[in-house]
Design a protein around this ligand. Structure first.
Ligand code: WTA
Length: 636
């Protein structure tokens, strides 16, 4: 039996043991037998978590697009690679074959080259979920340019920050995007962002909503006309396994987003291998991940992982609620989806709509159901299992992160017995550890602690763009010689893991990671506001909602609370994006602080959650009196 396709629990344990006892032998075997390399590695793995430095498949050469596209042409050139399902159900779905994908990616690669893009240059991609997004990502990979996809729901300020952080000179965008019944003026947002990015000298604009847009002479070009003139032959650039493939930004505990850098070789091997096994993808299956390619889930499990396996992967432009809440199920039925991968927040929102939307559709094609992005609660898990999967399609609760590149803890369906709310067992090659506050690893079963990873895996991020020190400080300094995830977890009696949530200043709202610091920074820009603190409170659908405490500078002049609240959410939308808007805003007389001036978010969280009577000893605070005042205002 091939180690590439795990089909029983016994086989999982065998391969897992091998991957831990002889990681280099294990990964070399897998990489050599299932991928195309242009030159072999001289060393499988070289690593040192204290620096931290990690190299996989050292000196090997490859191009990931040859593995994702070219090598499938002979056997499945006519098979659908990407199945594009538009926002409007009346618009026809587009079946993009591997042949067609090859042509489009090559053309796009030549377009980028014509714009002067070279190996190592950064290309910022701000596109909706349309085929051009896939083409551009893969075209960058083809010529060795580093793509930096920015989710097209981010504001102009957030976009500008990301363009400037990696010094991108070119932006690929669209005239606009469709989102349910609305359209969004993407080009307008880009124009606004570029006022802060003077170095950008080229903007390529895909046509989607056919709106009237401003084209800056010399800088802006319509993509369609460039593509129509471009040659569909662009030889793949030879890349080192460790050359950066992409940058993807994620929130951190300071205002500036972290540009996680992923490299080519290890990322390819790991995303392909996890995709194959965690979704048990078989030839001819239709796989659908509902994420946006603007997030890591879309990078690894809409594009690279599926395509490296020659799969058919759906790209959905729309939203689950348009034209009604049956849309997901309609698509599953229409395309006979076999593997469906979504987020707990979507599951909860859909469950709330009742069962009739689901029951109207034939979902019997479903073989595997996946979830990712935040802890899934028991109720949502059972609804997904029973109502969507009819008890026939195992749920893979996949835990991982932008930083990890691929799925780290997950059942293997039809092999690992599932357990509601548990991500279950580490994937092959992954060595988790639970740590206590003293920095010691917690051994044994039925324990909880901070989740770390003890040994490198091929798809781990290699650094933070332009700031290796921050990479070290954030992930490798909390615990010696270990990668710290920022999550808490428990391990049960059979060594299953359950992720309990973030233990740092990141709050996950509807599956989006939001750092409290950037939101507070945005709020504090308001003229009347002195300081603020954000905490998360449980929310039935979003998982968490944001609850903000704000202190005014001059309490004598106090505009109406509703006016302040509106201004605050306006500022947040402008600086970050609507996803970070606050659900609750309390004008607070002060914020509880330690004597060293640190805001006690724990106290604020308890008050916001209605647990203000369980605060414990607050007498050591700098300003204990403020707590009672806040409790009274919040009134929970
Ligand atoms: C959380 C998404 C519980 C976790 C791929 C992690 C989860 C953060 C799960 C990363 C899960 C992701 N169960 N929590 N199955 N999957 N998380 O970078 O807190 O957007 O650290 O990557 O999401 O979010 P990111």
């Amino acid at each position: 039996m091939s180690a590439y396709h795990i089909q029983s629990l016994e086989e999982y344990f065998n391969q897992y043991r091998k991957s831990v006892e002889q990681p280099e032998v294990f990964w070399a075997d897998l990489a050599a037998n299932h991928f195309q390399w242009k030159a072999p590695w001289t060393e499988v793995l070289d690593w040192d978590f204290t620096k931290p430095e990690v190299y996989w498949f050292k000196n090997a050469k490859l191009n990931i697009t040859e593995n994702c596209i070219d090598r499938h042409l002979e056997s499945k050139g006519d098979q659908t690679a990407i199945l594009f399902e538009p926002n409007d159900p009346n618009e026809q779905a587009q079946h993009i074959s591997y042949n067609a994908l090859y042509q489009a990616v090559n053309k796009m690669a030549n377009v980028l080259k014509d714009q002067g893009v070279k190996k190592g240059d950064r290309v910022c991609i701000y596109l909706p979920m349309i085929p051009e997004l896939a083409y551009t990502v893969l075209a960058c990979a083809r010529i060795g340019a580093i793509h930096s996809v920015v989710f097209a729901g981010f504001s102009s300020t957030a976009l500008a920050t990301r363009i400037n952080d990696c010094d991108a000179r070119i932006v690929v965008t669209a005239d606009g995007s469709f989102r349910g019944s609305k359209t969004i003026d993407l080009k307008g947002i880009v124009d606004e962002a570029l006022e802060q990015c003077p170095q950008v000298n080229s903007v390529l604009v895909a046509t989607r909503i056919k709106s009237k847009i401003h084209l800056e002479t010399g800088r802006d070009h319509l993509l369609e006309s460039l593509m129509s003139k471009a040659s569909d032959n662009c030889p793949a650039t030879v890349m080192d396994a460790e050359d950066p493939l992409f940058i993807l930004y994620t929130s951190g505990s300071t205002g500036k987003p972290k540009g996680m850098v992923h490299s080519s070789g290890g990322y390819m091997v790991y995303t392909a291998y996890t995709f194959k096994n965690i979704f048990q993808y078989e030839e001819g299956d239709v796989y659908w991940c509902t994420a946006d390619i603007g997030w890591i889930t879309g990078h690894s499990y809409i594009l690279y992982g599926p395509l490296a396996n020659g799969a058919t992967t759906i790209m959905f432009e729309g939203v689950p609620s348009y034209p009604d809440f049956g849309r997901f199920w309609e698509i599953v039925e229409k395309h006979k989806v076999n593997q469906f991968y979504t987020a707990p927040t979507a599951i909860r929102a859909l469950a709330r709509q009742g069962n009739e939307h689901v029951e109207k559709h034939d979902l019997s094609s479903l073989k595997v159901l996946g979830t990712v992005g935040e802890p899934i609660n028991e109720e949502a898990w059972h609804w997904y299992d029973k109502t969507v999967g009819k008890g026939q399609a195992p749920i893979v609760d996949t835990w991982w992160q932008t930083e990890t590149g691929g799925i780290m803890i997950s059942p293997i369906p039809y092999a690992t017995p599932t357990k509601p709310t548990f991500a279950t067992l580490p994937f092959i090659g992954i060595q988790p550890a639970l740590m206590d506050d003293e920095g010691q690893e917690i051994q044994g079963k039925q324990v909880s602690g901070k989740l770390c990873i003890k040994f490198p895996w091929p798809s781990m991020a290699r650094t933070i763009w332009g700031n290796h020190q921050r990479y070290k400080d954030t992930y490798f300094s909390a615990f010696e010689n270990k990668y710290f995830t920022g999550d808490g977890a428990i391990r049960d009696a059979v060594d299953y893991y359950r992720i309990t949530g973030r233990v740092d200043d990141v709050i996950i709202v509807s599956g989006h990671n939001l750092g409290t610091a950037p939101i507070e920074d945005a709020i504090n820009e308001h003229d009347l506001i002195a300081e603020s603190a954000i905490v998360g409170v449980p929310h039935d659908i979003k998982g968490n909602a944001l609850f903000g405490y704000v202190c005014l500078k001059d309490t004598e002049v106090r505009p109406d609370d509703a006016v302040i609240a509106k201004a605050i959410n306006g500022l947040i939308s402008e600086k970050i994006g609507p996803i970070a808007k606050l659900d609750h805003i309390v004008i607070s007389p002060g914020l509880p602080k330690t004597r060293s001036g640190k805001i006690m978010r724990r106290i604020l969280r308890k008050i916001a959650c209605g647990e203000g009577d369980q605060l414990g000893d607050i007498s050591t605070l700098l300003n204990p009196e403020v707590v009672a005042e806040i409790k009274e205002i919040v009134g929970r």
